[in-house]
Design a protein. Structure first.
Length: 142
């Protein structure tokens, strides 16, 4: 389900979509660094597990919005016509449609290299910061 298709009282939920990652990254790093410094590196994993499972449970309880409803309403369709569910494409057809786009094919080809670089840096950066700048867990989190 896409957050952009959710609407509460005819207000799109774009605020949560935009702010979620930024707020989570900033507060998560500060809290994880502080907890890791005060207790152990294992504690942030245990502390963050509970809200993660609770939010995942709540997310699975959300109802799937009707596919294409907002597009039909924007085109001027009445409520009954907008509420008709659109058939999702099969996995084969979706893959075929994605594979026709040159940009996506190039992204698929580059993804393994980008993933290794990003994950590798994220994993080894903490060790580098500790050795090069004498930063402990709390300083790295801040």
């Amino acid at each position: 389900m896409l957050i952009g298709t959710l609407q509460i009282n005819d207000q799109p939920c774009s605020l949560f979509h935009r702010a979620g990652n930024s707020v989570g990254i900033i507060l998560g790093a500060i809290l994880a660094g502080t907890l890791g410094y005060a207790f152990s590196w294992r504690v942030p994993f245990l502390v963050f597990a509970a809200p993660t499972f609770i939010l995942a449970f709540l997310a699975f309880r959300l109802q799937e919005p009707i596919r294409g409803r907002h597009e039909r309403e924007a085109a001027g369709a009445d409520k009954d016509a907008a509420e008709l569910a659109e058939e999702p494409p099969s996995m084969t057809e979706a893959w075929r449609l994605c594979w026709k786009v040159d940009t996506l094919r190039r992204l698929f080809a580059a993804l393994p290299f980008v993933a290794v670089a990003v994950v590798g840096f994220g994993t080894l950066a903490a060790l580098f910061y500790e050795d090069a700048f004498n930063l402990d867990e709390r300083a790295q989190g801040l």
